[in-house]
Design a protein around this ligand. Structure first.
Ligand SMILES: NC(=O)c1ccc[n+]([C@@H]2O[C@H](COP(=O)([O-])OP(=O)(O)OC[C@H]3O[C@@H](n4cnc5c(N)ncnc54)[C@H](O)[C@@H]3O)[C@@H](O)[C@H]2O)c1
Length: 441
């Protein structure tokens, strides 16, 4: 059970083998023993199963580089890539222990495979360029980022540094060393962002879109779908190289710091389970689903698209908590209380599927849709970069104001607007529409 919980917290949920379950003492909560829960069961829908032959064409025999390779999603992407026999897998990760774990795991499982681990910061342009120069990767999966919304509200300069300029460093190297495909792992929080993290990711998307020499027309869904279908059947010469795409998705069940591991710890400790708001809803995916989608997007992307997986209906967080309590063999209130703690800075009650200018269209894959977005204007993106660069080491107010100038859809939430790092007073002045250098045209 303990080993299973550990695996759960690392994000690779599986039922424990019967033998180990039999030997392990159950966790007792109150007068009842807690049962293990398969995370995929919490989805309330079948997990997405993506196209394997297409991924085979995309990954087999390639040199592939993964940033954030030691994280929940990066590590699972590495596991899945190895099933397709790449020539070489290059792992880029700043957290040495995370890198050590995934490197060791992959080497144990794939004897003789060429796996090259780099402790490296994506913001270190010299180091990143050297890695690209040495290995000349063909496919880049960019997962490294700061992801915690409340944490980034307190550290907006770091969000800009890592999520915007770190992405820029990796994308620039990908362009310079002519990769075939670059995939930015983004988030549904980038849709009409209210958080620093979402806004920084939205700007990263704009930067990645602006790197495409060939961008998709905004108008014709049908035509685009037909073109994507032809790419999906392996007609690669249509694609412009390098192809830069992004993938947005919702919350990943069981990823590091996500609600399920937190709820499980709270349940194991006898409660209470803390939920921010009774109406808070999120779209959910499993780590394998999210990882496959990232790979699939790289396979079907032509360049310039932002993809999204069909995630079904959003789930209320409180229902997830109730389900987890129930499936753990316990009773709400009698065994475990649920406590509402209030929405945190930067959080929304609901994540949106589409913004005002954004609609999604089908692709060749039934579970992947593509967002119809205006093309990113490289000149405006360049101006935005200059504004953000100036704000990185400034005050929190300067960083948030710079983000609001560069991401027109960004609306800092009430808490962000009313707090100041020094005295908590309402000091933040939002950029006006006239100030905004990039508009959602
Ligand atoms: N977990 C989710 O629910 C979720 C949902 C949507 C999108 N995403 C996105 O997926 C990506 C990965 O998320 P995750 O859940 O695996 O997060 P994670 O924190 O588990 O993994 C991120 C990894 O990136 C590394 N990293 C961060 N900054 C780095 C830097 N400067 N240089 C090198 N490595 C760096 C971290 O050390 C970490 O190992 C993020 O971009 C996140 O925004 C996650």
């Amino acid at each position: 059970m303990i080993r299973w919980l550990t695996r759960l917290l690392r994000g690779t949920p599986r039922h424990p083998p019967e033998a180990s379950r039999a030997g392990a003492p159950p966790i007792i909560v109150g007068s009842r023993s807690m049962q293990e829960v398969d995370i995929a069961d919490l989805l309330g829908r079948p997990a997405a199963n993506l196209d394997t032959p297409e991924l085979q064409r995309f990954l087999a025999g390639k040199t592939i580089l993964v940033t954030g390779a030691g994280g929940s999603i990066g590590a699972e992407i590495c596991r899945q890539i190895m099933r397709f026999c790449p020539t070489m897998l290059v792992l880029v990760e700043q957290a040495e222990n995370n890198l050590f774990e995934i490197d060791r795991e992959l080497r144990e499982k794939w004897l003789g495979a060429t796996i090259v681990p780099y402790v490296a910061d994506i913001c270190d342009a010299t180091r990143i360029r050297n890695i690209f120069r040495t290995h000349q990767p063909q496919v880049v999966l960019h997962c490294a980022a700061h992801k915690h919304v409340p944490m980034m509200e307190c550290n907006p300069g770091e969000a800009i540094k890592n999520n915007v300029f770190g992405t820029k460093t990796v994308a620039d190297a990908a362009a310079e060393f002519a990769v075939d495909a670059f995939v930015l792992v983004s988030t549904d929080k980038a849709v009409n962002p209210t958080s620093v993290m979402g806004a920084a990711k939205r700007f990263a998307e704009l930067y990645v879109q602006s790197k495409n020499s060939c961008q998709l027309p905004v108008a014709s869904c049908q035509k685009e779908t037909a073109e994507l279908s032809s790419l999906a059947t392996g007609n690669w010469q249509l694609a412009t190289s390098p192809r830069f795409v992004a993938v947005r998705f919702g919350n990943v069940l069981g990823s590091s710091g996500s609600v399920v591991p937190i709820f499980k710890k709270q349940i194991a400790a006898g409660g209470p389970v803390t939920v921010t708001h009774p109406d808070m809803k999120r779209y959910f995916m499993t780590i394998p689903e999210a990882s496959q989608l990232v790979l699939q997007a790289g396979a079907i992307g032509r360049g310039g698209e932002i993809f999204v997986l069909d995630m079904g209906e959003p789930i209320k967080i409180v229902d997830l908590a109730r389900e987890l309590i129930r499936r753990s063999g316990l009773r709400e209130e009698e065994d475990i209380a649920i406590e509402f703690t209030g929405i945190r800075p930067g959080e929304k009650l609901y994540e949106e599927l589409a913004g005002h200018e954004e609609e999604t269209c089908p692709t060749s894959h039934p579970q992947i849709r593509v967002w119809q977005l205006p093309t990113a204007d490289a000149r405006q993106v360049g101006q935005g970069l200059a504004i953000l660069a100036e704000a990185i080491d400034g005050s929190r107010e300067q960083a948030i104001t710079a983000l609001a100038r560069c991401v027109a859809e960004y609306r800092p939430d009430a808490v962000t607007l009313s707090t100041d790092e020094t005295d908590g007073s309402a000091k933040l002045r939002l950029a006006t529409d006239e100030d905004a250098v990039i508009r959602a045209a």
